[in-house]
Design a binder for this molecule. Structure first.
Ligand code: PLP
Ligand code: COI
Length: 338
């Protein structure tokens, strides 16, 4: 029986579901993924994830489709990205088959929590990887835990596909040029919390970060990649060594190209902001969040209407959501069944 949840009113908040899945790495090998109902986990107080930040995560979504089947959006890409993150943080990554098996096991055991078709909600899947060996010298753990949680979610920014105001946060950098901004290290989010919080206190739900070396180019938002649509309908997104390679962004670039749009991945300077007719923040949680204004160094740049997303971002949003909800032909084979 489906849970009694007001699916349409869901935000992006933690919720405990029936179970989670855990796999452990010891003596050079991964064990089988196990279903667990206990959300508490015994952890050595010396664990490398606690002291030295050997912690990484992923985020992906599963959807109930129009034909009532469940589809997961591009999970192989998340498995690959977790492997890249793990390599950068000198951690052991779960092999792709284990990653996928764990997610499937989790979803089939939490079917009552998968939002029904037509509610606009989805099941957020959160894989987590942590180093668990006690270390006091700075060195990689020998033991790892890979856990996957899930919960039903609605929009990350409360009004969903509705324009928000962004703030260019220059007081703090989020990621160094050759640091770990291009991987999904948990510490990146701690590094961004102060900037995001100060932005929120000024009334901006989302902060935009610049390249930390020169503060002249756009990197990304704290939770999502930057997309600019030019007045002549090009799709422009930053090329930077400190930006997370977003699976949503890659998919939207493909969709934009399918629509016949020119796609540019390159450095984007702050000075170019007035050349965009639409700006979007994109990611698994954010999907596409239209940005109505960007406040930077006392100037306010506005894009489109305050209360309505622009035409191009609307078209891209409908297409990606249409594929995810099984309403539009999945011509690129992005959806995986459970
Ligand atoms: N950038 C950052 C910093 C993120 O946290 C995320 C979320 O995962 C993204 C971009 C978007 O990536 P994806 O589309 O793969 O979710
Ligand atoms: C996601 O979009 O999945 C993320 O991991 C972003 C996170 C800050 C919620």
């Amino acid at each position: 029986m489906k849970q009694h949840i007001n699916w349409r009113e869901l935000g992006f908040t933690y919720m405990q579901t029936d179970s989670l899945v855990v796999a452990e790495y010891h003596d050079g090998a991964w064990g089988k993924p196990q279903l667990r109902t206990d959300t508490m986990m015994p952890l050595h107080i010396g664990a490398s994830c606690l002291h030295y930040g050997q912690a990484a995560f992923e985020g992906l979504k599963a959807f109930t489709r129009r034909d009532n089947s469940i589809g997961i959006f591009r999970p192989v890409e998340n498995a690959r990205r977790m492997a890249v993150t793990a390599r950068r943080l000198v951690m052991q990554a779960p092999p792709e088959a284990l990653f996928l098996e764990a997610i499937r096991l989790l979803i089939v055991n939490n079917l009552d929590w998968v939002p029904p078709y037509g509610t606009g909600a989805s099941l957020y899947v959160r894989p987590l990887l942590i180093g668990t060996t006690a270390r006091v010298g700075v060195m990689p753990a020998a033991d790892y835990v890979f856990a996957v949680l899930c919960m039903p979610v609605g929009p990350y920014y409360k009004n969903g596909f509705y324009p928000v105001k962004a703030y260019v946060q220059e007081k703090y950098d989020r990621a160094a040029p050759l640091g770990v901004g291009n991987v999904k290290a948990s510490g990146n989010y701690a590094a961004g919390m102060m900037g995001d919080l100060e932005g929120k206190e000024k009334g901006f739900p989302i902060c935009l970060y610049l390249d930390s070396a020169t503060h002249t180019c756009i990197d990304e938002f704290g939770t999502s990649n930057f997309i600019g649509i030019t007045t002549d309908n090009r799709y422009v997104t930053p090329d930077s060594t400190s930006v997370l390679p977003s699976i949503t962004n890659t998919s939207l670039q493909r969709i934009a190209a399918d629509f016949g749009m020119k796609v540019e991945r390159r450095r984007i300077t702050l000075k170019e902001l007035p050349e965009f007719s639409e700006i979007g923040a994109c990611g698994t949680a954010a999907v596409i969040t239209p940005i109505h204004s960007i406040t930077c160094r006392g100037a306010i740049h506005t894009f489109g209407k305050e209360n309505e997303a622009g035409a191009t971002l609307t078209k891209l949003f409908r297409q990606i959501q249409g594929i995810q909800y099984g309403e539009i032909d999945d011509r690129h084979g992005w959806m995986m069944g459970v």
